[in-house]
Design a protein around this ligand. Sequence first.
Ligand SMILES: N=c1c2ncn([C@@H]3O[C@H](COP(=O)(O)OP(=O)(O)OP(=O)(O)O)[C@@H](O)[C@H]3O)c2ncn1[C@@H]1O[C@H](COP(=O)(O)O)[C@@H](O)[C@H]1O
Length: 119
Amino acid sequence: MPNSAATNDTLLALEAVLQARKTADPSSSYVAQLYDKGLNKILEKVGEEATETILAAKDLTPDHPQELVAETADLWFHTLVMLAHCEVPVQAVLQELDRRFGLSGLTEKAQRAERTDNG
Ligand SMILES: N=c1c2ncn([C@@H]3O[C@H](COP(=O)(O)OP(=O)(O)OP(=O)(O)O)[C@@H](O)[C@H]3O)c2ncn1[C@@H]1O[C@H](COP(=O)(O)O)[C@@H](O)[C@H]1O
């Protein structure tokens, strides 16, 4: 089973913090401020960070990867806030990636088309 314990531990520890922030005072927490502003604001941030990640990748020079690393971290962080707000566990996404692991995207796409054809 493909699994990076360090990566999963970090994501799951962060998820626990994001859950705890649901009862935090917005004046003391960026995450609580996002929850307070609601889903549209969270989605706006996900879109903004996705755009910034794309721009960082386009401007990437091999000896300076840090900007792309930082923007990708911002994007992942805001998607985790989105999942927490929507009550979707991070574990469900990790399990879905594990389920897909080793399955070619082309094979999966063909299976999807077959399922659609069969109603
Ligand atoms: N990983 C992060 C993290 N990554 C990015 N950010 C914040 O996300 C924001 C995104 O950057 P922007 O420049 O777009 O922010 P901004 O201009 O203030 O945003 P807007 O006013 O435009 O909405 C910044 O304020 C970053 O500090 C994060 N804030 C929090 N975390 C984690 O979440 C935990 C809880 O945070 P708090 O709820 O603030 O305690 C922290 O301990 C961290 O582990």
